[in-house]
Write a new protein. Structure first.
Length: 470
C-alpha cells in the first residue's frame, strides 16, 4: 500500500534535497535548504545544485542548467507552510514545471492532438503537470539502416520527410529506440545497441532523442513529457504506414525507463505492433495506474520486460516496475537490485520518509539509483553478442517478498537452482519471442561484465548445440 501511495507523489530526485528544511512559504526557503546541504554543492558531480540555486546537469559536452529560484520566482508559486512532505513535493513539482499556469486545461498542439489533464492522466496519486510544448521537448529522430550506417536526420516539422534516406518498408524490422530521464542519444549505449542490432538484423533503426524534454530537474515534468514524444512517434508512424506502406507487425519498439512508457504510447495507437522490449520501465507515476497511461501487454503482440530495479521507490529508491506487465517479464537476479550496485554509504536504517532522502548526497544517490536501473540495457546488449546466452527460467510468482522487506538488509528471494528444460526457459535478447512459454521468469548473471554465465549443459538441454546458433 505504501508503494502505491508514496511512489507517486515524488519521483524527482534532485528536488528532494530541498524539501528537508523548507518550512517557510517564502521563495528563499529553497536557498536556505541548499545551504544546509553541503553534500549537494559539489561541482565535481555531473548533477548538482550550486550555491546560486542552479541545477546543473552535464552530459558530455552539453550542460543543461536550470535556475530553481528563477523558475519559482516566475511561477509565483506559494507552498503552504503547513503542507506535509508529500504534498510539498507534489506542489514543488508543479512550481518548477515550465508548464505551470496552464492548470488542468486541455492543450492541443497542431497535428499532435490534444492532451487532456483529467483522470487517468492526472489524479491525486499522479500529480503530473502539463506536458511541455513540443518545441520545448525538442524531439529529434535519426535513422540508420544496415546499409547506411551514417546518421540520417528525419525531418519532422512542418512536414515529415525521409526523402533521400535508405528507409525501406520491406525490411522485416523497423525499430525505434527511446531513452529515459536525464538522457539523450549522445549517450553511447544507444549507439551501441543500434550497431549490435543492425549487425544481427536487416532493419530500419530509428533513434529517438527527446533530450531537451528529458533533461529537466523535475521528474514528474519529464514523465508528463513522454506524452508529447509518444505523439511525435505516432505522427511519424502514421506517415510511414500511410506513405510507405509500413506494416505495424514489423515494428519493434525498445525503450529504457520512461522511454518504455513512450514506446507504449506509440504502440497503443497502432494495433498489431510486433513487439515492445522494455528495459526496466519507469515506475513513479506509472505503476499501478490505468492501462491507458502506462506500458501493458495489450500494447503489442509481444511485450518483454527486463526488470532490474523493481523495488518500491520509497523507501528503497527503485526506479523500475515491480509487478509484471508483459507477456514475458524477466526478473534478473531477483529483479530488485543488481550485484555490485551498492546502497549509499550512509546510515539508511532511518530512511522512512522522502524528507530523509535529503540527507544523501546527490552523487551517492545517482550511483545508487542508476546502477541497477541501467543494467537491463547492459544485459540485453550482451545478449546480442553471440558468445553466451542468459537463460531465464519460468517461476510462479515475482521474486519479491514485499512484506518482508527490511530496509537495507532485504534479500530478494532466489529460487533454488533448477535445470532448464524446453518449455520452461527462454533467452534474454532478440529471440525471447521465439519461445512459446510466457509469464514470469528468473535469470541469473555474473556480478560484473561479461554478465553471462556460460552454461553449455543448459544450452544442450534447450536444444542449442552451438552458442553461435542462437
Ligand atoms: C551557478 O551556476 C550558474 C550557471 O552556470 C553560474 O552563473 C553561477 O555563477 C554559479 N554560481 C556559483 C556560486 O558557482
Ligand atoms: C525573485 O524576484 C524578485 C523580484 O523580481 C527579486 O527581487 C528576488 O531577488 C528574486 N528572488 C530570488 C531568490 O532570486
Ligand atoms: C480544473 O481545475 C479547476 C480549479 O482548480 C476545478 O474547479 C475543475 O474542476 C478542474 N477541472 C477538471 C476537469 O479537473
Ligand atoms: C543532424 O542532427 C544533428 C544533431 O541534431 C546535427 O548536429 C547535424 O548537423 C544534423 N545534420 C544535418 C545534415 O542536418
Ligand atoms: C506541407 O504539406 C502540406 C499538405 O500536404 C502542404 O500544403 C504544404 O505546402 C507543405 N509544407 C511544406 C513547407 O512543404
Ligand atoms: C524477411 O523474412 C523472410 C522470412 O524469414 C525472408 O524470407 C525474407 O528474405 C526477409 N526479407 C528481408 C528483406 O530481409
Ligand atoms: C544515460 O543512460 C545510460 C543508461 O542508463 C547511463 O549509463 C548514463 O549514465 C545516462 N546518462 C546520463 C547523462 O545520465
Amino acid at each position: 500500500m505504501f508503494l502505491k501511495f508514496k511512489s507517486i507523489a515524488i519521483g524527482i530526485l534532485e528536488i528532494l534535497y530541498i524539501l528537508n528544511t523548507c518550512n517557510s512559504h517564502e521563495h528563499n526557503f529553497i536557498k536556505n535548504s541548499w545551504e544546509k546541504l553541503p553534500g549537494i554543492v559539489n561541482s565535481q558531480a555531473s548533477s548538482f545544485i550550486n550555491n546560486s540555486g542552479n541545477f546543473i546537469h552535464s552530459v558530455g559536452q552539453n550542460a543543461f542548467k536550470i535556475s530553481i529560484t528563477d523558475v519559482i520566482n516566475k511561477s509565483k508559486c506559494v507552498i503552504p507552510s503547513n503542507a506535509n512532505n508529500i504534498v510539498r513535493a507534489a506542489l514543488i513539482q508543479q512550481c518548477v514545471s515550465p508548464s505551470l499556469g496552464y492548470g488542468n486545461e486541455t492543450r492541443c498542439f497542431d497535428e499532435l492532438g490534444c492532451f487532456p489533464m483529467e483522470y487517468p492522466w492526472t489524479s491525486v496519486l499522479r500529480p503530473l503537470p502539463q506536458p511541455m510544448k513540443p518545441e520545448e521537448v525538442g524531439t529529434k529522430i535519426f535513422l540508420y539502416t544496415s546499409k547506411h550506417k551514417e546518421q540520417y536526420n528525419v525531418t519532422l516539422w512542418p512536414n515529415i520527410s525521409i526523402e533521400g534516406s535508405d528507409f525501406d518498408a520491406d525490411r522485416n524490422y523497423t525499430v525505434f529506440l527511446v531513452h529515459g530521464f536525464l538522457n539523450d542519444t549522445t549517450d553511447v549505449w544507444m549507439a551501441n545497441l543500434k550497431d549490435a542490432y543492425l549487425k544481427k538484423r536487416d532493419a530500419n533503426f530509428f533513434l529517438v532523442d527527446w533530450g531537451l524534454g528529458a533533461h529537466q530537474m523535475n521528474y514528474l515534468q519529464v514523465a508528463s513529457n513522454t506524452r508529447i514524444v509518444g505523439a511525435e512517434l505516432t505522427r511519424l508512424g502514421k506517415f510511414l504506414i500511410d506513405q510507405y506502406k509500413l506494416d505495424p507487425s514489423k515494428i519493434h519498439l525498445m525503450g529504457h525507463s520512461l522511454g518504455a512508457q513512450v514506446s507504449s504510447y506509440f504502440a497503443k495507437t497502432f494495433p498489431g505492433i510486433y513487439r515492445i522490449t522494455a528495459f526496466d520501465p519507469a515506475q513513479p507515476g506509472f505503476e499501478g495506474c490505468s492501462k491507458e497511461v502506462r506500458l501493458d501487454k495489450s500494447d503489442a503482440k509481444f511485450v518483454d520486460v527486463i526488470h532490474t530495479s523493481g523495488r518500491p521507490f520509497i523507501p528503497l529508491l527503485g526506479c523500475g516496475f515491480v509487478g509484471p506487465v508483459g507477456h514475458v517479464d524477466i526478473y534478473v537476479n531477483g529483479g530488485m537490485m543488481q550485484p555490485k550496485c551498492t546502497w549509499p554509504q550512509m546510515e539508511i536504517n532511518g530512511l522512512k520518509d522522502i524528507s530523509d532522502l535529503a540527507t544523501i548526497s546527490m552523487n551517492v544517490m545517482r550511483d545508487w539509483i542508476i546502477c541497477s536501473h541501467q543494467k537491463a540495457i547492459w544485459y540485453f546488449l550482451e545478449s546480442l553478442d553471440d558468445s553466451c546466452i542468459i537463460w531465464a527460467r519460468k517461476i510462479n510468482t515475482i521474486p519479491i517478498p514485499l512484506s518482508n522487506v527490511a530496509i537495507g538488509v532485504f534479500k530478494p528471494f532466489i529460487p533454488p537452482p533448477k535445470k532448464c528444460a524446453p518449455g520452461e526457459c527462454l533467452p534474454i535478447g532478440l529471440n525471447t519471442d521465439k519461445y512459446s512459454v510466457q509469464g514470469i521468469f528468473y535469470a541469473e548473471t555474473m556480478d560484473v561484465a561479461p554478465y553471462c554465465k556460460l552454461d553449455l549443459e543448459t544450452n544442450r538441454l534447450m536444444g542449442i548445440l552451438s552458442n553461435l546458433h542462437l
